[in-house]
Design a binder for this molecule. Structure first.
Ligand SMILES: *[C@@H]1O[C@H](CO)[C@@H](O)[C@H](O)[C@H]1NC(C)=O
Ligand SMILES: *[C@@H]1O[C@H](CO)[C@@H](O)[C@H](O)[C@H]1NC(C)=O
Length: 249
């Protein structure tokens, strides 16, 4: 009986191994250009061939979902969604009985509380970061002069993930600004946004990244590369936060 169970499990694993991609090795389906081409193609013959080749069922919603670009809700968007739903349902919506959304600009922590201490540790860390170092590889990529030197780690000039941390910095500093209105931080983060703007203008085609667009070509050609789209997402999210939380146009 035990032997049979093992055999059943092993064959289940084999089935999954064949029908499901469990490794990090990219296939043609990993390419955004290819998925777009497939989804928008009018050639039903080709579509059918591809669906068969990749074991996809056109009528299966989950197969379609795995082809479509992921559109995940941010945590606060999920919260907004729930708020909207409950507001629609609740007759108490205007009576003040229900939770209201509050801007970070209108919330201050009690100095002396452990939460305030944690927040200020974070603020001091953000203030330690240097504008020239943060934007070093963006300037390099744009062909601008590069005063100072780059950070190491993910931001190192030869790291394929460079620029990623800068995106996180833009989000973190925007939220910290909204939560503390520390003018020193605002000057620094605005200087980063302005430096990025100068890089984008210099390149002249809208592209803004700390690495050359060649990394996207490699991704689309299914050649090894780290995570160019993920990094661009961080930068866009950071710029959006600077715009919405700190009014930086
Ligand atoms: C449609 O796809 C089939 C199979 O790949 C191909 O042979 C054919 O040339 C395509 N038709 C057009 C109009 O592109
Ligand atoms: C910003 O925060 C730092 C660290 O707490 C503090 O030393 C500095 O005085 C603050 N600057 C302004 C303008 O509030």
């Amino acid at each position: 009986m035990k032997g049979l169970l093992v055999v059943v499990m092993v064959s289940l694993l084999c089935v999954f191994g064949i029908s499901k991609e469990c490794t990090n090795i990219p296939t043609q389906l990993s390419s955004h250009s290819f998925r777009y081409e497939l989804l928008s193609s009018q050639n039903e013959t080709w579509k059918e061939e591809m669906f068969e080749h990749y074991h996809l069922t056109p009528t299966d919603d989950s197969a379609w979902a795995s082809l479509l670009p992921r559109k995940t809700l941010r945590e606060d968007d999920e919260y907004s969604w729930e708020m909207m739903y409950r507001n629609l349902k609740s007759p108490l919506k205007s009576s003040g009985n229900f939770l209201n959304e509050m801007s970070l600009h209108n919330v201050r922590l009690d100095p002396g509380s452990i939460h305030w201490q944690a927040q200020h540790t974070n603020l001091e860390y953000l203030l330690m970061l240097d504008v020239n170092k943060l934007v070093w590889s963006f300037r390099k990529t744009a062909g601008l002069s590069t005063p100072g030197k780059a950070y190491g780690g993910w931001e190192a000039p030869d790291s394929e993930l460079r620029g990623h941390f800068v995106g996180h910095y833009l989000s973190a500093s925007a939220q910290m600004w909204a939560s503390t209105h520390n003018e020193t931080l605002k000057k620094k983060m605005s200087a980063v946004v302005s430096a990025l703007s100068a890089c984008q203008m210099k390149m002249g085609i809208g592209y803004l990244s700390a690495f050359p667009s060649e990394l996207f070509d490699r991704f689309e050609a299914i050649k090894p590369v780290w995570a160019p789209y993920y990094t661009i997402h961080k930068i866009l999210a950071g710029l959006l936060d600077q715009y919405t939380l700190a009014d930086n146009s």
